[in-house]
Design a protein around this ligand. Sequence first.
Ligand code: PLP
Length: 371
Amino acid sequence: MAQAPIYLDNQATTPLAPEVFDAMIPWLRDNFGNPHSAHILGRKASAAVEHARAQVLALLPDDGQLLFTGSATEAINTGFGILETLKFPSRNKIILLETEHAAVRDTAAAYEKKGFRVAYHPVKSDGIVSLEQLDRVIDEHTALVAAMLVNNEIGAVQPIEAIAALAHEKGALMLCDIVQGYGRVSIPDNIDIAAISAHKIYGPKAIGALWYRNGLSMPPMIHGGGQEQGLRSGTLSPALCVGFGQAAELCVHRSRKDTAHIQALYDKASHCFSNWTINGSTDHRYCGNLNIMRTDIDVARLMSEVRDVAFSAGSACASGSGRPSHVLAALGLDRAQIRSSIRLGFGRYNSEDDIERAANSINQAVEAQLG
Ligand code: PLP
């Protein structure tokens, strides 16, 4: 049987933690009750869902509600619904960073069709926003400011607390995509709306969550039986909720260990890829990400030649859409530079040996291309 490739694409998704798998099994095999049923089986399932909710909430600010969704994308779409409750048209402006994920960009674009104005705010060449510049564009017409905590392509960590403070000064709300930061870096206390996804923290796919500050209310995204505070009707999967909760709790328990491990992998990778240029900030960066460029290489060819490493091209969005990366373009890279960039994402289950073997494979293929 062919050997599994070395997995260095932990921003796209993460493997399921064995502890998460074990926790989910009884909810797939034995405990089939509907968590919304009033009898004993339902109450048991409901208790498991509520325990999971508390586990996920433990990593989030104290004064908020958590709604389980099918993905972070769904959570972001639901969160944007807050716009329908604000004073439109006097507050009709949405500001988002140019480097936001498609889930935020495309949802904002949908609101543009409903009459909102969308301002895509630039970042500096290191991928970090200038607070002075941002302060100049947030005004009394701004309804929502959206900025992500950790960028999925370049790992840049934005000054979210300061951005939220600027938004609040002008009476705007702050939506933060914390998908790549949750469970890894601390979550600022002053955000209003946040989206997370279990499969980025060694949990199962097809479950995410929307967090929102107490006192905010948004229209339902999915109508029906009124589950999840009436905002997202449909029967929850206790197995997915339990898996999400267990994954979140593991992040808490393993926090120090994971952080030290990821730093060691980053140091090793920085050494192994020292003749590449790093895209994005090295000071304000989540170390599980290394986005690097080697001028004159053809990354599409590199990816087809290097079969033993699963990594991502910098030239295409993580979604595999094939569109040139809007994130690298926002840093000022030209098309050729974007086409010569790759993203390596390290995680809990990688070893330093993985990094060394992957680097040998990738660097050899690069030298063959250039030589
Ligand atoms: N936001 C960021 C930063 C992401 O990396 C992703 C996943 O790629 C998403 C949102 C969407 O998450 P999901 O797959 O749960 O919809």
